[in-house]
Design a protein around this ligand. Structure first.
Ligand SMILES: *Cc1c(COP(=O)(O)O)cnc(C)c1O
Length: 389
């Protein structure tokens, strides 16, 4: 008989069998135990089963499989955040001497990353006008390896002609990566529109409640699976099974949340479009959004994030007064959760940006009653003196 302290680690009692639940529990674990010494394996491939905690547990793998299914992809890798997913794609596909194209409207941290790490490692980075469409072909060189798309773009919301960009990229052997966070991977069917690899900040709509950080990279081809999988493994991009469990819960309500957010956001955006002090509403489903026709052609819905442009010369103090007067919209980055948010951009620089009058305010609409949100915006515009064109 072994000592009781040894038996604490090698008990004869274990969980009783026969439990079945509607949900996958949180499987934590660094070490994966193999049935025998001969069965030991160091393979990251999902087909090889479980080999080490960083490569997944049943909780993280289920999330990966479900995101792949939702996006109609071959396989998905879960990353610690959306930004880590961007890093993973860059490091998987770019090598010294390559050229990469990014839309000028790309998510800010994606731009900052591109300007630093790949550049230091000998990759040439170039930004292109988000509305370039087929004309992107003029910028593609023999060394162009990767073309990033993000549609709509961050803050300025340009919709990109992804099929035209993909066709041009593929004619020259370049791959197309898409940040598909806006559409939650569902309102824009990326792979059907020619994209090779997608990423999402699951932090946003899949998580849906502002209480976790996770990302995903989804691939279409076995070749991309090999490249992204090997890099995911080399970078040690593990994700917390607890966070993955929250994301799985988020998936079960994604449909009703997106439907409600779409309706409320449209109502709020349309009301803002009637306000004299709002120069432009940048919401993909409104004709005032650059690339709106592309949205109509390619998307099956719109979500909760959009921007307004205030008239040229609107003083910074008035923008701050407006946002601070809001009682239901909180001030903060990120979006896709159940709370309404507002963030100012006073002098956003975009080299090829669509013409814009004054400062921008970006909103995320949450699950509050839309009439309450409109009343809140109304009183805040008045109290900031933003009532005239
Ligand atoms: C938030 C966001 C990301 C990054 O996601 P994190 O989980 O915060 O790292 C990437 N792309 C877009 C468009 C985003 O809005």
């Amino acid at each position: 008989m072994t000592d009781w302290t040894t038996r604490l680690l090698h008990p004869s009692a274990g969980p009783e069998e026969g439990f079945e639940s509607l949900v996958t529990p949180v499987f934590r674990g660094s070490t994966t135990v193999f049935p025998s010494a001969a069965a030991i394996s160091d393979d990251w491939r999902h087909e090889a089963g479980y080999t080490y905690g960083l490569r997944g547990t049943p909780t993280t793998r289920e999330l990966a499989l479900r995101v792949a299914e939702l996006e109609h992809g071959l396989r998905t890798f879960i990353t610690p955040g959306g930004h880590a997913a961007i890093t993973l794609i860059n490091l998987a596909f770019l090598s010294a001497g390559d050229h990469v194209l990014l839309p000028d409207s790309v998510y800010g941290p994606n731009r900052r990353l591109a300007e630093d790490v790949p550049t230091r490692f000998g990759v040439e980075v170039e930004f292109y006008p988000p509305l370039a469409g087929a004309q992107i072909e003029e910028l593609i060189r023999p060394a162009t390896r990767l073309v990033w798309c993000e549609s709509p773009g961050s803050v300025t919301m340009e919709l990109q002609d992804v099929p035209a960009i993909a066709a041009a990229a593929h004619r020259h052997g370049a791959l197309v990566a898409l940040d598909n966070t806006y559409s939650a991977g569902v309102y824009f069917d990326a792979f059907a529109h020619g994209v090779d690899v997608t990423m999402q900040a699951l932090t946003k709509y899949v998580g849906g409640h502002s209480d976790l950080l996770l990302g995903s990279v989804t691939v279409r081809t076995p070749q991309a699976y090999e490249r992204v999988g090997a890099m995911h493994d080399q970078l040690g991009m593990g994700a917390s099974p607890d966070d993955c469990s929250f994301a799985l819960r988020g998936l079960s309500t994604l449909g009703v949340r997106l439907a409600a957010l779409q309706q409320s956001t449209l109502q709020v955006a349309r009301w803002l479009a009637t306000q004299p002090a709002v120069a432009t509403v940048l919401h993909p489903a409104l004709p005032s959004c650059p690339g709106h026709d592309t949205w109509r052609r390619d998307f099956s819905g719109s979500t909760s994030v959009f921007s307004i442009v205030l008239p040229e010369g609107t003083p910074r103090e008035a923008v701050i007064a407006f946002i601070d007067a809001l009682r239901l919209f909180r001030v903060g980055y990120s979006w896709g959760g159940v709370h309404s948010l507002a963030v100012p951009w006073f002098d956003l620089t975009r080299n090829h940006g669509t013409p814009r009058a004054g400062p921008i305010v970006r909103f995320n609409v949450g699950l509050e009653d839309p009439d309450d949100l409109i009343a809140d915006l109304d009183q805040a515009l008045s109290s900031a003196g933003l009532t005239q064109p």
